[in-house]
Design a protein around this ligand. Structure first.
Ligand SMILES: [Fe+2]
Length: 232
């Protein structure tokens, strides 16, 4: 996976949580060494429910950035938010965070929101409660902010929903063997291009001055499968 990511040479790497099993210091130290081998300089990490077990969120804060972060990189804004709660599996964002998230997304950039828990239900998740307890309010917030892309983790099920021209992309797992059903290990490769920014001849003209977004899955032997392509 490291080789594959480093060869793809992305602008940003987003890791949507569950870096550890139980949030212990030794696990975090191993994860830190692993993630440091990803050469991309802009990484956004959010903790998952496993990372907040046993007060593991304290190690997260020491080794990585804040559990909540905003980055503006070129004409992209990415907000990472901690949806975990100590020693609970359920996800929650909380009304106290809605204001600064709205503020962070007030510009005319390509907007990405990253969190661990699911924003909307996805297939194969069974009867487990995997969706944020305040999912309806968060969905409304992100929709009003015209967020382009939501990145979630949690259940190791790769999936894409297109909701009101907002792509909600769930990650599978690459580093663990916990694949569900007939899914296989993979990570998501997301390419967003604007005709305003590139001027490249190999990029087709994008109508309406918007963004062309491609979501693909990268598998262990480096095979890449295009899942969806949309203009927004
Ligand atoms: Fe999780």
């Amino acid at each position: 996976m490291l080789q594959s990511i480093n060869q793809l040479n992305p602008d940003i790497v987003v890791i949507t949580g569950d870096l550890t099993e139980n949030g212990f210091s030794a696990e975090y130290n191993g994860v830190k060494r692993f993630i440091d081998r990803i050469t991309c300089k802009d990484k956004v990490l959010v903790p998952g429910n496993h990372d907040s077990k046993n007060a593991g969120y304290l190690h997260f804060e020491d080794l990585f950035e804040n559990r909540f972060s905003t980055k503006n990189i070129g004409n992209l804004t990415i907000v990472g938010a901690d949806s975990s709660q100590p020693d609970l599996d359920e996800g929650h964002l909380g009304r106290e965070n809605y204001g600064w998230i709205k503020e962070a997304f007030s510009g005319e950039t390509f907007k990405v929101f990253a969190l661990h828990h699911h924003l909307v239900p996805i297939p194969l998740a069974g009867r487990e409660n995997t969706v944020l307890v305040d999912a309806g309010d968060v969905l409304d917030l992100l929709n009003r902010c015209k967020v382009n892309l939501v990145l979630c983790g949690h259940c190791h099920i790769p999936h894409v929903w297109n909701l009101n021209n907002m792509l909600v992309v769930n990650a599978g797992t690459f580093c663990s063997s916990k694949t569900r059903g007939k899914t296989t290990q993979c990570f998501n490769l997301i390419q967003a291009e604007s005709n305003k920014e590139t001027g490249r001849r190999d990029v087709e003209k994008i109508e309406n001055g918007g963004w062309k977004v491609r979501v693909s899955r990268v598998f262990p032997h480096g095979n890449i499968e295009l899942i969806t392509e949309t203009v927004m």
